[in-house]
Design a protein around this ligand. Structure first.
Ligand code: SF4
Length: 422
């Protein structure tokens, strides 16, 4: 069979590549390659060929981070009230049509999907594919397709809910396509034992599964020998599971200092112990990011304020600086107050870590989605564009624009007094 796998463009206020790539789609691609199929990959978000006249080209920062091809576009009518620019990231529809039309007719097309509020360019892509390749079956998988399947189910499009039935030894990192990446994606533990009320991790992975750790280390070494790059990002939801047992095993196959490791998903404080801190320090983790959310109104059981203090001290004893100890906070949760978030920012800074503020976005199928529906000023259930975290200040009856500006100003003031992070 001839397979075409596509990563679609995005439309949003902002988007930036902090070690993002469609790992699920890569698993499907690797599976078909191993089965003897021909696989063509079209990255309409991040491919170099997405470029066109009048667009802003990607800018590369250290460690494999970069922006996408970008062009300002009119805001959808539903978002006109937001005083921010709206952009197309990746190829425009015209460029998509051009690129798709230049390909041979495939037998089957796979599309990955990202955030729920990115659904519109995906629908447009499907429309183009149906025009160029009528009667070719299209399968859509990934976040939006799993959480909001009805948006995508249409004539000739099948939604792969949850997981595609692939061999257990498929990692998504063992194909030639991985060599085009400037960083290597690692996933040691699938799933998460916590059940935070705002997270859909268990929808995608109801069970914890440990991947083939040695094989992932070998794939990383292989990728490095071809590309010469040395940045790797973990895609795990519970990377530190069992006090980092699986991470330690993975690192034991690798020479300390050879690779730079990044944890964009956030790691769990409660699993840290002296031994894990030592191993992390021995290897190169330029900045750890811990998921903490908030000091008082908790919708999870993964940590608490005392544990935060204890673990940050442990990291300091191991030699991590404040800039290397990032703590993700979440604001706009139902029941949370502005004062509480303000206080949490202060606590995190006082104990010597660097606070990062994320705005809550409701995820379909989670408990907080339903709770937020009862208070939200925007009907995000009927219109997924309103699930965007950028419009949280217009949804929340408490965290309005003035409150958010105050919190962001406070953080900016703090950052200006802290050493810069790369
Ligand atoms: S700990 Fe993180 S990944 Fe696990 S359920 Fe909570 S938010 Fe999701």
């Amino acid at each position: 069979m001839k397979i075409l796998a596509i990563n679609p463009p995005v439309e949003d206020f902002t988007a930036y590549n902090l070690w993002a790539m469609p790992l699920g789609l890569f698993r499907v691609m690797e599976h078909h390659q191993k089965a003897g199929d021909t696989v063509e990959y079209l990255d309409l978000l991040d491919g170099e060929y997405c470029g066109y006249a009048g667009a802003q080209p990607p800018q590369y920062r250290s460690w494999g981070r970069h922006s996408y091809w970008k062009k300002e576009i009119p805001k959808p009518d539903e978002l006109r009230f937001v005083p921010r620019k709206y952009n197309r990231f990746g190829a425009t529809d015209e460029r998509v049509l051009e690129l798709v039309s230049s390909l041979e007719r495939p037998d089957l097309i796979f599309i990955s999907t990202g955030m729920t509020y990115w659904y519109r360019p995906v629908l447009k892509l499907i429309e183009i594919l149906k025009k160029v390749f009528p009667a070719v079956p299209v399968k859509a998988g990934g976040i939006s397709a799993t959480l909001l399947p009805d948006l995508f189910i249409m004539d000739g499009v099948e939604v792969i809910k949850g997981k595609y039935d692939i061999n257990k030894d498929v990692t998504g990192t063992d194909s030639s396509f991985i060599n085009a990446l400037k960083f290597f994606p690692v996933n040691l533990v699938e799933g998460c034992p916590n059940r935070c009320a705002y997270c859909s991790s268990s929808v995608f992975n109801p069970q914890i599964r440990i991947m083939d750790i040695k094989k992932q280390a070998q794939s990383l070494e292989k990728w490095h020998s071809v590309t010469g790059c040395n940045d790797a990002a973990f895609y795990d939801d519970a990377l530190f599971l069992d006090s980092g047992r699986y991470l330690k095993e993975f690192l034991s196959f690798l020479e300390p200092g050879k690779y730079r490791f990044h944890t964009p998903n956030g790691v769990h404080l409660k699993e840290l112990d002296e031994e894990l801190c030592r191993v992390l320090r021995e290897h190169d983790f330029p900045q750890l990011r811990f998921g903490f959310e908030t000091a008082f109104t908790r919708y999870d059981s993964k940590t608490d304020i005392d544990q935060l203090k204890e673990k940050v001290e442990m990291l300091k004893r191991a030699g991590f600086t404040s800039e290397q100890t990032g703590v993700y906070l979440l604001c706009g949760l139902p029941g949370q107050t502005v004062e509480e978030v303000d206080k949490t920012i202060e606590i995190v800074a006082e104990i010597g870590a660097r606070p990062y503020l994320s705005e809550f976005s409701p995820v379909p199928g989670t408990a907080l989605y339903e709770l937020h529906r009862t208070e939200s000023l925007l009907d995000f259930h009927s219109e997924p564009l309103y699930q965007n975290n950028t419009v949280s200040a217009w949804r929340s009856p408490v965290f309005n624009s003035a409150a958010m500006s105050g919190l962001k100003l406070k953080l900016a003031g703090m950052y200006s007094k802290m050493p810069r992070v790369s």
